[in-house]
Design a protein around this ligand. Structure first.
Ligand SMILES: Cc1cc2nc3c(=O)[nH]c(=O)nc-3n(C[C@H](O)[C@H](O)[C@H](O)COP(=O)(O)OP(=O)(O)OC[C@H]3O[C@@H](n4cnc5c(N)ncnc54)[C@H](O)[C@@H]3O)c2cc1C
Length: 550
């Protein structure tokens, strides 16, 4: 069940005010308006009427119990869309053209299986729903030509099923939220170490279904590195993939299911490789001269054994500048600028590192190896305070997004990954495409980028762009920028998504990446597990109309 307020991020009362420096920067550079556009009241939001026939309702009640079939206004609104920029714009507009006809909350894996079979018989599309934090239209309640659509909320399938401390394995139910998963594991001295920025409001099943990457995945690995086995309920039956450490028993079925985005079935449980909670952690920040030189430092870290930190996050010059303004610490920022000027680092790129070790000695050894590499690339140490400030506020950014929307600002993110050889050309091409698209609509924007996931062969690129909203054409403005960036990513030979998944928004670019035969192969798998085609239509394999498309 979504734990968030219906129109934005987090819960009421946790709003993030816009610091004065940030306000001044956005007003001067984007023409941000002083006016506030608050979201409408929940009751005023207009939805399509529920198409759930009484017979269908009672058939579903027979499976999950009458208390767990919801079709009230609040349940339908909170399960209609995810948390992408176009989702938030549509929620704030006062009218949604999609909403589930009902929300189902099965209580066991067996009930999930029975619910899917009932939906197949009733010709109802099913949208698996974890935390609903998808930023690519993954939970949009599309019926895909079926008689209706239900959101299948995993909110009652929570908690730790089994832990094997000796082997370092833990099985969690699919609907377990991030903080709850970590709290249960901590009781056994263990951690999964998976910390997406959406950690507070996303679920382990959602992470596996989207091939998520966390802020610490340079150290821990992505969720696809951490998941060892899973249990999936599909309309055709249940699949349980082996949880052994390794196997040569043919192609890896687990790999077919990880990243399947609810189009094949529902992940009811997943078994993860977990580790002891680290005994020592240390955050710090560094400044590096220029993005090109900085990414060379990251390559050296990634390719020198044991030198990369668990959290490694490098902002380009523009993101560094905007983030410092948003941090609102004018006095400290002034001192920082003077310090960097004195060391010849004028337009700095900020690097945040988070080190972990079983104990202080192991951490020190790792850090020393990394610091040697950084110093060889001209990095200037900024100390622990700036790193700790980032760690303290690591989940805060999305709260600020709501405030910016209220002030009429388009704020959106998108991500890709490229090899070390093509990283900079991809970075420049995507940035240029975004700037050109925004400028062409008369709303020139700010485009920043960070690298936050390192691999021996390449890295991720995560872009954030801001512009004044084009009033009355907010979705068209977004669609133009998103399309321009996605085309630039494809032309650069990079992936259409490094961790946000395909969902609805990236589906038009999937065939270009995996080939028509690749898509046909995935469709064949779907036809086996979901012969009626009820699972999450309009995502991953279909290419529906995107919000704001001409
Ligand atoms: C502010 C913000 C920050 C974010 N930061 C990150 C980040 O750092 N890293 C990252 O990887 N992503 C990030 N995301 C994206 C999103 O949080 C991830 O995709 C996350 O994995 C989704 O989890 P969820 O439980 O919210 O899934 P949902 O949004 O509910 O669902 C996502 C997709 O998975 C399917 N699904 C969900 N649960 C199941 C299940 N049990 N079985 C089968 N299919 C299922 C849904 O049908 C949908 O297609 C962020 C999103 C926001 C809004």
């Amino acid at each position: 069940m979504s734990r968030q307020r219906w129109w934005g991020w987090g819960v009421d009362g946790h709003d993030e005010p816009l610091p004065a420096d940030g306000d001044a920067l956005l007003t001067a550079e984007l023409g941000m308006s002083p006016d506030r556009r608050e979201p409408p009241p929940l009751e005023a939001l207009v939805l399509p009427t529920s198409a759930l026939a009484p017979g269908a309702r009672s058939a579903l009640e027979n499976v999950v119990g009458s208390a767990w079939v919801r079709d009230d206004h609040a349940a339908r609104v909170t399960h209609a869309v995810g948390r992408s920029y176009p989702d938030l714009v549509r929620l704030r507009s006062g009218r949604l053209d999609v909403a589930p006809d009902a929300v189902l909350l099965p209580g066991t894996a067996a009930e999930v299986l029975a619910a899917l079979r009932a939906c197949a018989r009733l010709d109802l599309a099913v949208v698996p729903f974890g935390g609903g934090t998808s930023v690519v239209g993954g939970v949009e309640a599309l019926a895909g030509g079926r008689a209706g659509v239900v959101a299948l909320d995993l909110g009652r399938l929570t908690g730790l099923v089994h832990v094997d401390v000796r082997s370092g394995l833990a099985t969690l139910r699919g609907g377990t939220f991030g903080p709850d998963a970590e709290a249960e594991l901590a009781e056994h001295g263990l951690t999964l170490g998976h910390r997406p920025q959406s950690f507070e409001f996303s679920t382990v099943g959602g992470w596996v279904a989207t091939r998520s990457a966390g802020q610490a995945s340079t150290g821990y690995g992505r969720i696809d590195d951490l998941v060892q086995g899973l249990r999936l309920a599909a309309p055709a039956g249940e699949i349980v993939t082996g949880a052994g450490p390794a196997t040569a028993a043919g192609p890896d079925l687990r790999e077919l299911l990880v990243g399947s985005e609810g189009t094949l079935g529902v992940i009811t449980e997943a078994t993860f490789r977990v580790r002891p909670v680290p005994g020592a952690t240390h955050f710090e920040a560094w400044a590096l001269p220029g993005f090109a030189a900085s990414t060379e430092a990251l390559r050296a870290l990634a390719q020198a054994d044991a030198a990369a930190a668990t959290v490694t996050r490098l902002s380009d010059e523009e993101e560094t500048r905007v983030n410092l303004a948003m941090a609102g610490a004018s006095r400290r920022v002034g001192a920082l600028k003077a310090y960097l000027r004195a060391r010849g680092v004028e337009r700095a790129c900020l690097l945040v590192l988070g080190w972990e070790g079983a104990d202080a000695a192991q951490l020190r050894a790792r850090r020393e190896a990394g610091v040697r590499v950084l110093r060889a690339h001209g990095a200037v140490a900024l100390g622990a305070k700036a790193g700790e400030a980032w760690a303290r506020r690591r989940y805060h950014g999305p709260y600020l997004r709501d405030e910016l929307l209220t002030r009429g600002v388009l704020i959106e993110t998108l991500e890709t990954a490229a090899t070390w050889t093509t990283l900079l050309t991809t970075y420049r091409a995507v940035g240029a495409a975004l700037r050109a698209s925004l400028a062409a609509r008369g709303t020139p924007g700010l485009v920043g980028c960070h690298v936050s996931h390192l691999y021996r062969t390449g890295a991720s690129l995560y872009f954030t762009f801001l512009a004044r909203q084009e009033e009355g054409a907010e979705l068209e403005q977004w669609h133009a920028a998103k399309t321009a960036a996605s085309d630039a990513i494809a032309a650069a030979g990079a992936t259409i998504t490094h961790h946000h998944a395909v969902g609805r928004d990236h589906a038009p670019w999937l065939a270009g990446e995996v080939g028509d035969l690749g898509v046909a192969l995935l469709r064949a798998v779907k036809a086996t597990l979901d012969p009626g085609g009820i699972m999450n239509p309009g995502k991953l394999l279909d290419a529906p109309r995107l919000p704001g498309a001409p």
